[in-house]
Design a protein around this ligand. Structure first.
Ligand code: C2E
Ligand code: MG
Ligand code: MG
Length: 615
């Protein structure tokens, strides 16, 4: 399984090293709905309401001024703390909420003591219920129980101090315990709908709710926010090969490895079957890309995964943001997996990959023969690039040239192609016919570079290929770009002695009137016209017209895509000079004249070996 690296045997278990203490450790012990925002608003509200109740009670005329003053101070302090928590609480660190619960317990206990016993003390003790609700709603069972124990103990001590028999407070204190446990259970039941049972992470629903919260913070505080989607490569295949149990274990181990590396505030969720999602508050997209790379490295080389990164933009909805990250994952997958794509720069990631491929020597030049139809002799070759990708196998130019053109990676690619093909041509020319030529495809973007003719001249000088042995193939769309450089550049190139061919002729939009002004020497008739040659009869008016036109303009003609002897025969009869196609030879990395495919059936054109032609 390639996803598990070259070292893994099929069926072998992936070796993902996770520290023993982490295995099966629940990621989040507090209920998943306990986000900082909800925690802040609930705690703040309980403080404010509790404070007001205490303040109102402290207004009773029956109480002496010595008792009332500290009570009012305590109540006012509770209201103030509550208001601050409501406004700023989502920025408080996690531990501060334990401190707030502790402080609440202390204030209530002080009120119980100040009331000096009787019904007023018992009334104040009822506020312990607020503490109980807050703890069990937000904290894990153990910590919440610790808080419960501490307020029950503090209460018991206070009741003894003010001479209230415990039997009188048994019911309110007992109610607080029961309500607390019930709240804890209900909070966990509600959270279960937002939690993934396998990994204990938030599930997609939970993730979306948490993302909406995080986006609200990003919007309010203008801090920025990025998200990362992580998708395991070839997980389906792993599941099919190793079984779902093993697949589940793999997912848990990924979740554990990734959760461990996250900082506080960063939220990992299980987004889909083999897809994870990460919320990175206050994180610019570049840093998010690096974090994604680090996460991928954490599980590599045993396991590979693709990541997509997107950042929150003003006015985004959660689904828009997720959609962009999803698009980036798709880009990463379609560029060969095992990589991070950053939305907005997925193209750039692809370009980097192509440039890396050039440096790594993964590009390879193939050569396809061009023959003279009259003699069957090879008169030249066309250089056609291939990408020998370590994982995707042989990638055809249609799958990477367009992207290279969009991103600019075509410039280094073109320079490599020019030099490689010229070097090959220089080696071949000594063993070939005097007029033998090598044709190289050039993209419009290369031609638009001001220094391109000089680059061609340099390639000829470095490799020793005579200019007269080189043809550059350009397509008609190159001229549609209305670029001022292109015409003069082509003239300059022709002045060196290099020929220019118009590739895929007939598929572009050049008007006839422009054709005689284009600086070209050769037209290559597109394969589609050749394929349209009928099985019977010789009705080929368009081909006939193209050949006549080329003749009139004194241009050489090469027909592309000849696959049958009949097509060769028809073109030859029309007066087409040269041809190229699978019939004469497929593109191949090491082409020598002897590898030409022998053809022949109707006795018209038989090439047994180069230069050997029979009728
Ligand atoms: P093109 O220049 O028109 O090249 C001819 C294409 O037709 C080649 O496809 C060739 O393999 C294919 N072909 C040749 N004979 C036959 C045949 O008999 N039947 C069929 N069905 N196809 C045939 P390939 O190699 O996939 O290249 C596709 C295109 O990619 C080329 O079209 C060219 O535009 C571009 N390309 C290839 N190499 C380079 C390069 O180094 N630089 C640039 N800029 N473009 C390149
Ligand atoms: Mg071509
Ligand atoms: Mg072509």
């Amino acid at each position: 399984l390639p996803a598990l690296g070259s070292g893994s045997k099929p069926g072998a278990r992936p070796r993902l090293r996770i520290p023993a203490g982490l295995r099966n450790r629940p990621i989040s012990r507090s209920p998943a709905i306990a986000t900082r925002g909800v925690l802040a608003s609930t705690t703040g509200l309980l403080y404010v309401v509790g404070g007001f109740l205490a303040l109102t009670t402290a207004m009773l005329p029956s109480l002496g001024p010595a008792t009332v003053a500290p009570m009012r101070w305590l109540a006012a302090m509770a209201i103030l703390i509550g208001l601050v928590t409501l406004v700023r609480g989502d920025r408080f660190p996690g531990w501060s909420y334990h401190a707030l619960v502790g402080l609440g317990t202390a204030i209530i206990t002080a009120l119980v003591l100040l009331a000096g016993g009787g019904t007023l003390s018992v009334s104040y003790a009822a506020l312990y219920l607020f503490v109980a609700i807050d703890c069990f709603f937000f904290f894990g069972w153990q910590l919440a129980s610790l808080h419960l124990l501490s307020f029950e103990l503090a209460g018991a001590v206070a009741f003894i101090q003010v001479d209230i028999p415990l039997s009188q407070v048994l019911i309110p204190q007992g109610c607080a315990v029961v309500v607390a446990v019930l709240v804890g259970l209900l909070a966990r039941a509600a959270a279960a709908g937002e939690q993934d049972p396998l990994t204990s992470l938030a599930n997609r629903r939970g993730f979306e709710r948490l993302l909406v919260d995080a986006m609200a913070v990003a919007e309010r505080e203008r801090t920025g926010l990025s998200i990362v989607l992580l998708d395991l490569d070839h997980f389906k295949r792993f599941n099919e090969t190793n079984g779902h149990g093993e697949g589940d274990r793999l997912l848990s181990r990924c979740a554990a490895a990734w959760s461990r590396s996250l900082r506080s505030g960063q939220i990992l969720a299980r987004f889909g079957s083999d897809e994870f999602a990460l919320i990175l508050p206050s994180c610019p997209i570049e840093r998010a890309g690096r974090i994604a790379d680090n996460l991928r490295a954490l599980i590599s080389p045993e396991l590979r995964c693709s990541a997509g990164v997107a950042d929150w933009l003003d006015g985004d909805s959660a689904s828009m943001l997720i959609g962009r990250a999803d698009f980036a994952v798709y880009e990463a997958k379609s560029n060969g997996r095992d990589q991070t794509a950053v939305y907005g720069r997925p193209e750039r990631a692809g370009a980097d990959e192509i440039e890396r491929a050039i440096r790594a020597g993964e590009l390879e030049m193939y050569y396809q023969p061009i023959v003279a139809l009259a003699t069957g002799k090879e008169v030249g070759v066309e250089a056609l690039v291939r990408w020998q990708h370590p994982e995707r196998g042989l990638v055809m130019p249609a799958d990477f040239i367009p992207q290279a053109e969009r991103t600019g990676a075509i410039l280094p690619l073109g320079a490599w192609a020019l030099e490689t093909a010229c070097r090959y041509g220089a080696g071949r020319i000594r063993r070939s016919e005097p007029d033998w030529r090598i044709a190289i495809n050039v993209s419009g973007r290369e031609l638009r570079q001001p220094g391109y003719p000089a680059q061609v001249a340099a390639a000829l000088a470095i490799t020793g290929l005579p200019a007269s042995a080189l043809t550059l193939e350009v397509t008609e769309s190159t001229f549609d770009a209305d670029e001022p450089h292109v015409g003069p550049s082509l003239e300059e190139i022709r002045a060196l002695g290099v020929r220019v061919a118009l590739d895929d002729f007939g598929t572009g939009y050049s008007s006839l009137s422009r054709l005689d002004r284009l600086p070209v020497d050769v037209i290559k008739i597109d394969r589609s016209f050749v394929q349209a040659i009928p099985e019977q009869g010789a009705d080929v008016p368009i081909l006939q017209a193209i050949v006549a036109l080329a003749d009139a303009l004194d241009l050489l003609v090469v027909a592309e895509g000849i696959e049958t002897t009949r097509q060769a025969h028809v073109l030859r009869r029309l007066g087409c000079a040269n041809a190229q196609g699978y019939l004469f030879g497929r593109p191949s990395p090491r082409l020598s004249p002897a590898t030409l495919t022998p053809i022949g059936s109707d006795g018209l054109l038989v090439i047994r070996a180069p230069g050997d032609i029979r009728r």
